[in-house]
Design a protein around this ligand. Sequence first.
Ligand SMILES: Cc1ncc(COP(=O)(O)O)c(C=O)c1O
Length: 331
Amino acid sequence: MVSLGEGDTPLLDVTDVLGLSGISVHVKCEHLNPTGSFKDRVAAVAVSLVRERSLRGIVGTSSGNGGAAVAAYGARAGVRVVLLALATTPPEKLVQIRAAGAEVYLVDGLGHDPQTTLALASEVRDVAARQGYLAFLTGGRYAPEIMAGARTIAYELAAQASPTHVYAPVGGGGLYASLWRGYRDLGGGVPRLVAVQPSGCPTVRDALAGGPGVLTSPSTTGISGLQVATLFDDDVPAAVAGSGGHLTEVTDAEVAAAHARMVHAGIFVEPAGATALAGLLADASSGRLPAGSRAVLIATGAGWKDAGALHALTEPGPPPRWTAGLAELLT
Ligand SMILES: Cc1ncc(COP(=O)(O)O)c(C=O)c1O
């Protein structure tokens, strides 16, 4: 097993910060994983399998965090990593990938455009299998073995708390479906799993209506990690139904407000990492999350992954020049 210390992430009580009457809220701090996202759990399994099977390397698609994770774990193990990334990947994620020594190429339309995304995922899966590489496609449809890594979030949660609701952001749906599979592995009760997705990328809405979970036009959300125009995991509808959960859609503006709230409370996440909170706040105000609930939010990615989103929370330009006396400033 190749490890960089992933997992065993803290569960933080933020009930007092939110002040929702009768609802307790904890944050599962997946942004504190070694490369700053929950994808480290998946990358650890992927790179370990490459070693075990003496494969030639890893090839995958990424919106940035999966790529950064597999780049680091590949570097640790001396495994070649080739990535095809969204053209809109934040520069912070790209530099993280490249500094670790992975090869990365930007692909127009990947992520946002459903047909480009589906075609490239199939090509990666097929060419990887033919040429002795492991396909890093983070959804159960394409890579069920490596997604087992994400089930460990549910294993840990079951030991840390007994939530009534777990809120998770959905991009390709691999994380959300892994929570379901993880809780099922344990054989006990499953909390209601709430899929939170930007309304500019409604693949879950389509899947719950019996569709293929594929958009008919490009996704329009600006939230990195959640722009995937097609589901990558076929268990999403089963996870909604089987857990008694539901879908909550949120606007990018609601995510931005939740992002500000978390960062201002010292929880340094990127926008995708605050999307679960946006869903919880929407459910609390609509009455869908009743008093007496115990909710967990999956905070998936770290704040430094997306400097653009942080700039939106600060005054423009550099900090002011120092002029005043310190004693006056601190009065
Ligand atoms: C920070 C972050 N949150 C959530 C997700 C969504 O995960 P999934 O694609 O498994 O639904 C991603 C995926 O890239 C991500 O990077």
